[in-house]
Design a protein around this ligand. Structure first.
Ligand SMILES: Cc1cc2nc3c(=O)[nH]c(=O)nc-3n(C[C@H](O)[C@H](O)[C@H](O)COP(=O)(O)OP(=O)(O)OC[C@H]3O[C@@H](n4cnc5c(N)ncnc54)[C@H](O)[C@@H]3O)c2cc1C
Ligand code: FES
Length: 331
């Protein structure tokens, strides 16, 4: 069977018809991933040697990227021995993803188009997640949609979601028009590899748009548990919205001693804060890119622009982590 080699020398065996991400997991190796359906690009990596074959359309790649040898390892399998330009996540052990029942314990309106949904798990279930991960909620009719967990501590069997209404959206319709306390739902998770790692003495920067602040909130809450020698040198949150009404809560309320910069792309006259896009707001601070790590979450457009401009500005490409809120795959 073909052998897949990573940049850091680690190897795993590939199986025909099994994606590289899943084959790696079977071999005890975790490659970066999120949607696992070829849409979000989290698993994007370059093939340095060997042949791979696409199992599904790679929606998250441009034609130019395909021509340069990039692949999405969640929807590619190996045909021959392959060398990939990507590193695994080291010794991180992902909590097992499970399908579990839950009930809505409350729904609160945080902004015109954002609700906070609190889900209650049965007391008997064992659910663990790493702050920053997401779950797939399985709603009425079996519709599945991904939502990031906004709370770091789920020991009390409560999950917090921040949900933005999408025009004409199937689950948006449920959350904003039908959902009520005590509704019974199911979810699958935790999922994804968007969580903090390797922060030691670096400047930690979060870029979030809209409800992309949800996993950032969870990660900020978790910072209080990091040993001082592993802690970042500084923490800055750039949170972007169109207008002031989009910034629906104050992350400064989370005790982490971080800097918080609200950024508006369509600010009304009289806005005294930063205007434009979050990644430009970061660049305007002339960051020390060689010692910075960036976690970006929210719209795909923001993440694509941020990747391009920050890497050009000198951010090492292994210090940019993202979770793009891409639309779901058709069901
Ligand atoms: C890993 C991950 C984590 C996510 N976490 C969150 C979260 O914490 N909070 C949150 O609010 N959302 C989150 N999302 C997005 C969420 O999963 C849904 O895609 C979104 O809420 C729309 O679902 P819907 O059923 O209402 O709309 P759908 O019925 O899926 O879509 C309706 C229409 O809107 C389009 N559309 C869907 N989503 C978008 C979008 N983002 N921008 C523009 N057009 C869109 C679709 O293409 C379709 O035409 C996350 C997505 C991913 C992949
Ligand atoms: S595109 Fe591969 S994990 Fe999303």
């Amino acid at each position: 069977m073909p052998v897949v080699k990573l940049s850091n020398g680690r190897e795993f065996t590939a199986t025909a018809g099994v994606s590289l991400v899943d084959a790696a997991l079977l071999g005890g190796i975790t490659l970066p991933h999120s949607c696992k359906t070829g849409r979000c690009s989290t698993c994007k990596c370059k093939v340095l040697q060997g042949e791979t074959t696409a199992l599904q359309t790679e929606t998250g790649l441009t034609n130019a990227e395909k021509a340069e040898g990039w692949i999405l390892s969640c929807v590619r399998s190996a045909q021959t021995d392959v060398t990939l330009e990507v590193e695994d996540l080291g010794n991180v052990v992902l909590p097992p993803g499970k399908t579990l029942p839950c009930r809505i314990s409350s729904i609160d309106r945080l902004a015109t188009d954002v609700v906070r949904v609190m889900l209650r798990l049965p007391h008997t279930v064992d659910f663990r997640s790493i702050p920053g991960q997401y779950i797939d909620v399985i709603g009425p009719g079996g519709v599945r949609r991904s939502y990031s967990l906004a709370n770091a501590n789920t020991a009390d069997k409560t999950l917090e979601l921040h949900i933005r209404a999408v025009d004409g959206g199937v689950m948006s319709d449920y959350w904003f028009k039908q959902a009520k306390a005590n509704d019974l739902l199911r979810f699958n998770g935790p999922l994804g590899t968007f969580f903090l790692r390797g922060l030691d003495q670096l400047h930690l920067v979060f870029l979030a748009t809209g409800t992309g602040i949800a996993p950032v909130k969870a990660m900020l809450e978790s910072l209080t548990n990091i040993a001082p020698e592993r802690a970042p040198q500084s923490v800055t949150v750039f949170w972007g919205g169109r207008t002031a009404g989009d910034l629906y809560f104050d992350p400064q309320a989370i005790p982490a001693g971080h800097r918080f910069v609200p950024v508006l792309s369509r600010a009304a006259e009289g806005w005294a804060g930063v205007s434009g896009y979050v990644h430009n707001a970061l660049l305007a601070t002339q960051p020390d890119m060689a010692h910075t790590v960036v976690y970006a979450c929210g719209s795909d457009a923001m993440i694509r622009s941020a990747t391009a401009s920050l890497l050009t500005a000198g951010l090492p490409d292994n210090r940019f982590f993202a979770d793009a809120f891409v639309p779901s795959a058709p069901q």
